[in-house]
Ligand binder design. Structure first.
Ligand SMILES: Cc1cc2nc3c(=O)[nH]c(=O)nc-3n(C[C@H](O)[C@H](O)[C@H](O)COP(=O)(O)OP(=O)(O)OC[C@H]3O[C@@H](n4cnc5c(N)ncnc54)[C@H](O)[C@@H]3O)c2cc1C
Length: 264
């Protein structure tokens, strides 16, 4: 996610003038305001397009950070059933494969084993609102493989899993499947960042660095991938937004910025 820096004349243009323009800090998410039109800034997208999508190009240190940081995939698979096979007070169904050990490397045949990565189903509550729906989470290369399958193939594989875990081969299959496909989505290419082998917190800080480096700020960066401690998380994304809002505040109103305490 990228936060654009809006100049005071932009605020005036938007009908916020004088004192109000100085007191309001507008944090705009890319093209949301139409003031700056830019593509999304997910690290997965940037990995593929950072050399071409912006002119002038990103500085080498930021480009290196984008190349070095990891960007992984986590997807949700929702299964809707006509009737629940779980008790009414059940919140969570964990799946444990008896022949598995954390000490043994998982198999590489994704077609044969991708569904084993899905180890937990949340029960959506309350059923009066959602119906009888389970939400499974699946991460990693198995998740990316799942995205290449049809809905019917996913439904078939997970019906088999449910038959195995209940011990009831006659259980009716889910009536509907719905899932995210973050890795295939061209503007995301994954779900959230991680510190990959060969990268470090310094890459996260480099990604967070506003641009240009040697003149008045024009482009600010926020989002989970820019928070050194809480990358990957919602609270990291929130804190990074506050950080950039503080940065803007300190530019717009110096008297207030002196009293402003950093939140991190
Ligand atoms: C399956 C899954 C489970 C997760 N579970 C947890 C959890 O339990 N706890 C936790 O802390 N985190 C969890 N996360 C991670 C968390 O959701 C993310 O780290 C967080 O949402 C990232 O926030 P962000 O603001 O950086 O990006 P996003 O939340 O992706 O926000 C970016 C926003 O930008 C918008 N956008 C993109 N391009 C444009 C454009 N050109 N113009 C205008 N708008 C645009 C998008 O629509 C989106 O709303 C999970 C993620 C996934 C995928």
């Amino acid at each position: 996610m990228l936060v654009s820096f809006i100049k005071s004349q932009d605020l005036e243009g938007a009908g916020i003038a004088g004192k109000a323009a100085r007191r309001h800090v507008w944090v705009s998410l890319m093209s949301a305001t139409g003031l700056y039109n830019s593509p999304p800034m997910f690290v997965g997208f940037l990995k593929e397009h950072h050399e071409t999508f912006i002119d002038p190009p990103l500085p080498p240190r930021k480009a290196d950070a984008i190349r070095q940081l990891g960007f992984g995939t986590n997807n949700k698979i929702f299964l809707e059933f006509e009737q629940p096979f779980w008790p009414p007070d059940c919140q969570l169904i964990e799946v444990v494969w008896e022949d598995e050990s954390p000490l043994v490397e998982a198999g590489t045949d994704l077609q044969a084993s991708w569904f084993r990565k899905l180890i937990v189903f949340l029960v959506l509550q309350p059923p009066e609102r959602y119906g009888h729906v389970l939400c499974g989470f699946i991460a990693g290369k198995e998740s990316e493989y799942m995205e290449t399958l049809s809905d019917a193939a996913v439904l078939r594989a997970l019906t088999d899993v449910i038959h195995k875990l209940t011990g009831n081969p006659h259980l009716a299959p889910p009536k509907k499947v719905m899932r995210s496909q973050w890795h295939s989505a061209p503007y995301t290419r994954g779900s959230y960042s991680y510190v990959a082998v060969g990268s470090s917190g310094d890459d996260i800080d480099a990604l967070a660095q506003p641009l240009p480096e040697d003149a008045l700020l024009q482009v600010l960066f926020a989002g989970e991938a820019t928070h050194r401690t809480f990358y990957s998380t919602t609270h990291g994304a929130l804190l990074s937004g506050w950080r950039e809002a503080d940065r803007l505040l300190s530019l717009y109103d110096t008297s207030e910025s002196h009293q402003h305490k950093p939140r991190l």
